[in-house]
Design a protein around this ligand. Structure first.
Ligand SMILES: [Zn+2]
Ligand SMILES: [Zn+2]
Length: 132
């Protein structure tokens, strides 16, 4: 059986990463922290087990946005790339930074308590006021 391989990276190309194995989840996060981190209404994440994530070019710059949380980004162009932390079992990447963002299909909306009124939801997805 073929192993899933998904490459991605930042806007300038200085940082590249590779995911191997199946996605553990894909979700839209509407929390205020994510909104600010990327300057958008919400962030779409796709995650893999930590051992299935590797930086293949360059180095992630890290910003600790909450205790125990590491947001990885490109120190050169500023693209937000990853989200990981001690309370999280998976390493998540910003789905739109995948070379093929359509490869991951979001199933869930989280942190709807923080959703902006101008964001229109796909009501078919699972929905949580905070994190499930
Ligand atoms: Zn970059
Ligand atoms: Zn969030």
């Amino acid at each position: 059986m073929a192993i899933d391989v998904h490459d991605g990276g930042c806007m300038c190309g200085a940082v590249r990463y590779r995911l191997t194995g199946a996605f553990t989840y894909s979700a839209h996060c509407h929390c205020r922290s994510c909104q600010r981190a990327v300057g958008a209404g919400f962030v779409t994440y796709s995650a893999v087990a930590p051992e299935n994530f590797a930086v293949t070019k360059g180095k992630l710059a890290i910003y600790r946005s909450s205790p125990g949380v590491e947001r990885g980004f490109c120190g050169k162009c500023g693209t937000s790339l990853t989200y990981a932390g001690e309370d999280w079992t998976d390493t998540a990447v910003m789905t739109a930074t995948l070379d093929d963002p359509a490869a991951a299909v979001p199933t869930t909306n989280v942190y709807l308590d923080h959703k902006q009124p101008w964001v229109v939801l796909d009501e078919a997805l699972k929905a949580f006021p905070k994190f499930p």
